[in-house]
Design a protein around this ligand. Sequence first.
Ligand code: HEM
Length: 210
Amino acid sequence: MSNERTVKRFSKFVIIAHWTNAISFIMLVLTGLPLFLGISVPDVLQIVHRVFAVTFLLPTPFMILMDRKGFMNWTKNAWSWKKHDFQFLAVFPLELIGKAKNIPKQDFFNGGQKLNSVLTIIGAIIMVCTGFIMWFKELFPKVLVQWAYPVHDAGMAIMVAVIIGHVYLSVGHPASRPSFMGMTKGVVPESYAKEHHGRWYDELKEKNEI
Ligand code: HEM
């Protein structure tokens, strides 16, 4: 694979934003878990949790400022669902055990990555809004504050489940493991782009970009 031709996938700004987001998320889970379990912890943990809530948010304005095209590419792709995305999700359980055949050509993000993106965006909005309400509780009606707690907890549980799947596919699953190189070096092997993101690969060919 070392001599293989590669294709540019992510800018350095996307990579910085992704890892800032990922580290913040992990720290939010680690610092939030004792609060969720009601374990008695030093007050400073609540402050650390809030600091990482802010760093979790920062990648969005950072991307809009530094790489609007990359940001738009992600958000537009995440919400554009076509037949081939649903077909991907239908064969995905077989793909997991390496038995899927005739997977239709996929866009820059495949159906599973689009689903991950949509769940991440919705989950992040829910977590940020409920977190904000709990942080500044004196500004909100009591009933809203009461609801914010269970919704924040349920949101965290769902997001953790989504992220566990996402991490497995990025570093564990043999077929999709080359994607990790995209999020570290910014490039992926050309053969991987062709096999896993055929529609994107065809577009690059048409535009003479590879
Ligand atoms: C900590 C371990 C993580 C690893 C190893 C990892 C790995 C990756 C990789 C390799 C990609 C690029 C896939 C592609 O080629 O399109 C990616 C994309 C992405 N990551 Fe992560 N990630 C991690 C954590 C997170 C966290 C914590 C979040 C959100 C809170 C997140 C959200 C996303 C989203 C929304 C995308 C774009 C859609 C997708 O490719 O599924 N990631 N990640």
